[in-house]
Design a protein around this ligand. Structure first.
Ligand SMILES: Cc1cc2nc3c(=O)[nH]c(=O)nc-3n(C[C@H](O)[C@H](O)[C@H](O)COP(=O)(O)OP(=O)(O)OC[C@H]3O[C@@H](n4cnc5c(N)ncnc54)[C@H](O)[C@@H]3O)c2cc1C
Length: 518
């Protein structure tokens, strides 16, 4: 007899737990007739991680699918608009060393590439500035839309900066009030197995046994179900990505109308890099570093130097929150009737804010492929594992790319990062290809790659990489066609610079009068 999969139990009430519970509840109508129920169990004794403030543009679709108003999201989560990342000091560390990885695609990207034509101009204009308007908008702190642009629509592609604590609270309220997710505040103390090894139920301190058909492990670094109960090995990637520690701090704005940066700023340091994220209410700043290359006190001193221009004397006494990071992921993510999402599945330094997008992608696939019966679950599990093992590898390659292109030799951290032994073979292979042709989507095997070839282009050419095409490579664009595309970009940029409000202005207007519903 087939066993229907109807009771979904999510363990953990951080961003991963609520996003996954909400996505499944919304798509499977957890308050309607389908019979699917979604229960989220969250420990009152274990705090959520409470950091993680940068998202991808995918978050717009995710929030919209959950039925959350963008206006309410921006108001409740102190959110602001993010249009990419600016990397300061990554290439040489010299004054003025900076480049952008924006969210928009280069002009003409769908049918051609401006890379070869830009290479002839590389001493005059940066790649991002030549091929898209977004780096110009970021330079001036402009918003990606107007106050008349409807919710979730964009003039240029954007994601968000948000307050992680407020974000989880907002998701909790929406998921329970609107989407029918049942919320149990209790500490899970044990896991009870069926004879066949599936999880039958969870023991809890106050609610007895909590039964389910599918269990989603969103317990963060604890990885209670997949890691501790099933013992699925953790695959450390510290040999490639050295960052294993973080110091985080909140920095106030000088005044309520201080400008809000339109991008995450990532500034290279002696043993890692500092993130700087502008919310509407404050900045979130943190140093992620390699404990092999700097002591905690050295890292603290560097972070204090970074915030000193903004905080003055207070920078000397402010205390930092220390978070240990174990870079890597589980060997598989879906085992029997248990799947891990979020930090219980793995975590890597937040250089490209890839954690929440992996949560969104996991929640989407679980929800879309939700097995109707237990009999089909192992097939879905195998496919899920294949897809996400591939995705973790691609994220690791992309993060490592930022380091291997650096010319910095001022500390061992930067030198060690270029050591061949630390570079995955898949990335070395791509680098060899890209010496002779610019990145194209056909360089990758999946149609839904986490990072498109455009992202690789922005980082490679932003960091000064040169592609020297051989005689056999495809023809570059005729001059008149590339001129036309460059001009189109210049014109688009001019119009946007003239027509878009500042990030702060738009946020203020949304707080006052809201955005029009889509
Ligand atoms: C320094 C740093 C910076 C980051 N920056 C970014 C960023 O810019 N962008 C991005 O996308 N991501 C970022 N992340 C990652 C992001 O914070 C996480 O992916 C996200 O918050 C999801 O966390 P989580 O829900 O998996 O875990 P958590 O927030 O840790 O939640 C775990 C949950 O499990 C519950 N739990 C644990 N044990 C039990 C138990 N026994 N019984 C019941 N419940 C239990 C806890 O109560 C909690 O509710 C960053 C992370 C770090 C460390």
């Amino acid at each position: 007899m087939s066993t229907l999969v109807k009771k979904i139990v999510v363990v953990g009430g951080g961003a991963a737990g609520w996003l996954t519970a909400g996505t499944i509840a919304a798509e499977h109508d957890a308050r309607g007739e389908t019979g699917v129920t979604v229960k989220l169990v969250e420990s009152p004794d274990v705090a959520t991680i409470g950091v993680g403030e940068g998202t991808w543009p995918t978050m717009r679709m995710t929030l919209s699918r959950l039925g959350i108003s963008e206006t309410e999201f921006i108001r409740q989560c102190d959110a602001s608009f993010k249009q990419g990342t600016r990397f300061d000091g990554w290439r040489t560390g010299a004054v003025g060393d900076r480049y952008y990885h924006p969210f928009v695609l280069p002009q003409g990207y769908a049918t051609t590439s401006l890379v070869p034509s830009w290479q002839a101009l590389r001493d005059q204009v940066s790649f991002a500035n030549a091929v898209c308007p977004q780096s110009h908008l970021c330079e001036r702190g402009l918003a990606p839309k107007q106050s008349s642009t409807p919710e979730y629509a964009a003039v240029v592609n954007y994601g968000y900066h948000l307050d992680a604590g407020k974000y989880s609270q907002m998701l909790q309220k929406h998921c329970t009030d609107v989407l029918g997710v049942q919320h149990t505040l209790d500490h899970v103390t044990g896991i009870n197995a069926e004879e066949n090894g599936d999880i039958a139920s969870l023991s809890s301190k106050q609610h007895g046994n909590i039964e389910g058909d599918l269990f989603i492990d969103c317990t963060g670094f604890a990885s209670l179900l997949l890691g501790k109960h099933y013992g699925i090995p953790f695959v450390s990637r510290k040999d490639t990505l050295f960052i294993d520690s973080a110091l985080a701090v909140q920095v106030p704005y000088a005044s309520t109308d201080s400008p809000i940066e339109s991008q995450t700023i990532s500034t290279a340091q002696s043993a890692g890099w500092i993130w700087d994220i502008g919310l509407s209410s404050r900045r979130g700043v943190g140093y992620v570093y390699s404990g092999q290359h700097a002591s905690d006190s050295e890292a603290e001193a560097e972070l204090r130097r970074y915030i000193e221009p903004s905080m003055g004397k207070d920078a000397e006494s402010v205390s930092f929150r220390k978070i240990a990071i174990n870079p890597g992921h589980r060997q598989e993510f879906w085992h029997r009737n248990c799947v891990a999402v979020g930090m219980s599945a793995g975590f890597l330094e937040p250089l490209e804010a890839s954690a929440l997008v992996m949560v969104e992608l996991s929640a989407e696939m679980i929800s879309e492929q939700l097995p109707v019966t237990r009999e089909t679950m192992d097939i879905v599990a195998r496919r899920f594992n294949e897809k996400f093992c591939y995705r973790w590898d691609r994220v690791i390659d992309f993060l490592k790319l930022h380091y291997i292109l650096s010319e910095r030799s001022d500390t061992d951290f930067w030198v060690d990062n270029r050591d061949d032994k630390s570079i995955p073979g898949s990335l070395r292979e791509l680098m060899t290809l890209w010496e002779r042709h610019y990145p194209v989507n056909a360089d990758f095997s999946q149609i839904d790659e986490v990072f498109s070839a455009a992202s690789y282009q922005y980082v490679l050419y932003g960091m000064g990489f040169e592609t020297v095409p051989g005689p056999a490579t495809r023809r570059s664009l005729p001059d008149d066609e590339s001129d036309k595309l460059f001009k189109e970009n210049t014109e688009k940029t001019r119009k946007m610079l003239a027509g878009l409000p500042s990030n702060r202005e738009l946020i203020n207007r949304i707080k006052e009068s809201g955005l029009r519903a889509a």
